[in-house]
Structures are given as C-alpha cells and as structure tokens.
Design a protein around this ligand. Structure first.
Ligand code: PLP
Length: 457
C-alpha cells in the first residue's frame, strides 16, 4: 500500500470519490494519478511531470488541454445568460446556431437535433426514439435493438445494454431484455486461415442476418454501431464490411443509428466516420470533440422520417415527453459552436489528412517489435494488437495483464495510452504534430521494450 499523507489530494480522493472504470480495491492501495494542468497534447501531474496523452483524455480533447478562445466564449456566455433551458417551447440562440451548423455539416440529410450532456444520453435518446418511432408507425412489436459484441455506446442502462461489453454487464444484471449483440469486425483476431477481409465481412453480415431471422425480423427495430470501434480497441472495419452490414439492416427495415461519439469531427480523416465508410444512418449521435471535450454536450441528429413520426406522436399525445435539464445549455452550445469554428478556420480535417498517414506509418514500424502482432488504423486512430506469438496470433494469458504492464511503463516514459485488454488504441488530440507523433512512438517503443523484458524475464 502506497503511503499517502493524510491531507494529500490522493488521500482525500480515496476518502471521497468513486472512480469510473477503475478497480476500486486497487485504487485504495495505489492512489490516483493527480493531473493538475494541461497544454497542447500534454498534461502535467502534481510533481510537474509531463505526459504526452495519446488518448486525448477519453477521445475528446481534440484541441488539446487549454484554450483561451473557448474560455472567453464560456465566460462571456455565463455573463450574458449562464443557464436557461429548451423546455416548453423556449429557445436559446447558441443552441439554434449549433443545431443549424450540425445539420449543415451532417454526412446525410438530417432534419432536427436533440441536445444532451453525454454520449451515453445521446444514444439513450436514440434508443428511446427507435421504440417511439415504431409505435408511431403502428409497429410496436418492432423493439429489439442489435448492437455488436465489444461495441460501446455508454453507461446508462439502455446504452450499456446496446453495448457488447460483457465486463460492463457483469453483476449489473444487464443487458436488459431485447438487446442483442452480433459479431464484431476484429479481422486480425477472428479471421480463419486464408480468409480475406471481404470474405470475413460477408461472414459477419451473414451472422447478423441469421440473428435477425432467428429473432424474427418483425421484432428487430434497429442496429447501432460505431463507424470505427473505439472502446473495443480501436478496430477499423475490414473491406466491404459496412456495405454488407447496411444491406442487411435495410433488408429487414430496421433503423440504423451511427454512434459518431468518437469518430465525429475529424478522427477518421473526414468530418464524420459515416463519410469515411459511406454510412447512411437514420440517426447520428455525437459528443466529445463536439466541444473539444471542454463542455459536457452531445447531440443526436434525426432524419425526416424520425421527426415526422415524432410530430405525429405530439399530435396524438399532446407532448414530446422526453428531455434533460441541461439540454441545449447556453454555455455548452456556445463553446461547441466556437469549437466547430476553430475546426473550420484551422482546417483541422486537412491537418488530420497530413499527420494521420504519418502517424499510421510511424506506428506501423512497431510491427517489427516482438510483442506487436498487428497495427491498423485510419485518420488519427490506430489499434495495436499485442501478441505472445506472431505466427499463431496467440495472445498472452490475460492473468499476465500485458496491457496494464505496457501502460505502467508508458507512464514512466511520460506517455498516456489507452488499453483495452492487450490492445492499445491510439487517438491523440487532433492538433498533434509530426514531432509529437515521433515522441509518442519512441516512448511507446520504450514501454514495449520494458514490458517485453518483464514478461520474458
Ligand atoms: N459512444 C462511444 C462510441 C463512446 O466511445 C463513448 C465513450 O467513450 C460513449 C458513446 C459514451 O459517451 P459518454 O461517456 O460521454 O457518455
């Protein structure tokens, strides 16, 4: 057990805070890492040590960790109107500005925007609307939601049920009934010998179709998916995957929700993951980089078909009975709007298209490392798979906790990474430079060397 002075932040943290996605028992023994400040792609701990953050916090600090410009917008908005809401027909100009902007840049025609504070709430809203829509069109039995194993859509009861993360369902009694999960596109790990990416994609689309047929197409309401799987380990889809999956979803008249919470706003080299993979969703959820992570805001865009059904329900029931106190909060929407202006003014997409291929190439050089079995990515997102044996693709025994070991060594080298089992998901702030990419790659290589010496030793 680490000694902590009684009044230290660490001791006070342990006495008071329950941390998300943390081993609570280990946390009491080890204490937290205290982050005190940040600038650009770096954060600083309470000892003044700097870390290059290749996870952009949680995929969201797209513009880095401090912004005079966004701070001013928040400050001015708080002085003018620090809170009001959108309930019962009230409106706020920053929200209108942002909704107009989002609809104008949407990857496919969208009709309206609903605001929330988090990705989980945006997806939760989308899931409720799936049920609402089918009620409105007279098919209330169409209720089942299909997500993917290892997909992640948030922590609220419905969003986590749509997610395919067994560790996040365990002992919560989840998923709730009516949420199903199809195979996920981890080509490197799950392809059979000699199976091409295209054949693998066909197999996964067939698996989705078989699931729908087993359940009864008349009960299957929607498919929810991330264009690139983030919390699943930074998994890019194999060739032809999306074309084939969407064909199945359309064939059975299901709605398609694209979860753009991590892909939206440039991560994949286009404004939207939907553009990178030619997706045609009915609803799009986004958050995180929407406000550069600096305000808690998410948006759900719905197409005309959805909105027409919502209108019919209002005529029938007299109200759209859904909402959040902070939906369209003026400070969050003003900061998000300014963030989108910054993306345009600085041509963030052009920047990603320059540094993205550089990052893929530099990280690709890690394939020579004895622990690295696969490196694949798109834009500024890369998944690195660690293996015990490259020839057989055999993984390390999970009890070894290789990912956690590399993470520990990475921190010693001043690097923050994101681990999912034995996969590293690289997703740095979108403003990262080539020099910072070089620094990140050399630090992760050093961490891999240390971890290799530890496991082989
Ligand atoms: N959807 C995706 C794809 C995510 O990666 C996340 C969070 O990482 C969420 C939804 C949930 O977002 P939030 O944590 O803001 O609720």
């Amino acid at each position: 057990m680490t000694y902590l002075a009684p009044n230290s932040i660490q001791a006070r943290d342990i006495a008071t805070i329950v941390h998300p996605q943390t081993n609570l028992a280990k946390h009491i023994e080890q204490g937290p890492l205290v982050i005190e400040g940040g600038q650009g792609c770096y954060v600083t701990d309470d000892n003044g040590k700097e870390y290059l953050d290749t996870a952009a916090g949680l995929w969201c600090a797209s513009l880095g960790y401090a912004s005079e410009r966004l701070a001013k917008v928040a400050y001015e908005q708080m002085r003018k109107l620090g809170y009001y809401h959108l309930y019962r027909g009230t409106t706020l100009e920053p929200g209108v500005d942002l909704a107009e902007k989002l609809l104008s840049i949407a990857p496919v025609p969208m009709s309206k925007v609903l605001f929330q504070c988090s990705g989980s709430e945006a997806n939760d809203t989308a899931l409720k609307l799936v049920w609402y829509y089918h009620h409105a069109i007279g098919k209330p039995e169409k209720r089942k939601i299909i997500g993917r194993k290892m997909g992640y859509h948030g922590s609220t009861t419905a969003s986590i049920s749509a997610s395919g993360k067994a560790d996040m369902h365990a002992d919560f009694g989840l998923p709730i009934p009516g949420f199903l999960h199809t195979e996920y596109p981890h080509y490197y790990r799950h392809h059979t010998d000699g199976e091409s990416e295209e054949q693998f994609a066909t197999r996964l689309a067939d698996a989705l179709e078989q699931l729908i047929l087993r359940e009864g197409p008349e009960t299957c309401a929607a498919f929810i998916a991330e264009p690139v799987m983030g919390a699943g380990g930074g998994l890019t889809p194999p060739r032809t995957y999306w074309e084939k999956m969407q064909a199945v979803v359309r064939k059975y008249d299901m709605l398609f929700i694209a979860d753009e919470v991590i892909c939206g706003f440039g991560r994949t080299g286009n404004m939207w993951g939907c553009q990178t993979y030619d997706l045609q969703p009915d609803m799009i959820s986004c958050a995180k980089a929407l406000s550069a992570g600096m305000q808690p805001i998410s948006a759900l865009m719905v197409n005309q078909r959805l909105f027409d059904a919502m209108l019919d329900e209002s005529r029938k029931l007299g109200n759209f009975a859904h909402g959040f106190t902070y939906a369209g909060h003026p400070v969050t929407t003003a900061v998000a709007m300014e963030t989108l202006r910054i993306y345009e003014e600085t041509d963030i997409i052009g920047h990603i298209r320059t540094v993205g291929p550089y990052m893929q190439k530099q990280l690709g050089s890690l394939l020579e490392h004895p622990l690295v079995g696969d490196v694949r990515g798109v834009g500024l997102l890369t998944g690195i798979e660690l293996v015990a044996d490259k020839a057989t693709r055999k993984s390390f025994d999970p009890a070894i906790g290789l990912g956690a070991k590399v993470d520990k060594h990475a921190r010693e080298h001043g690097l923050i990474t994101r681990f999912v089992g034995d996969r590293i998901a690289f997703s740095p702030p979108l403003i990262i430079t080539e020099a910072e990419i070089d620094a990140a790659v050399s630090r992760i290589r050093a961490a891999l060397d240390d971890a290799y010496a530890e496991v082989r030793g």
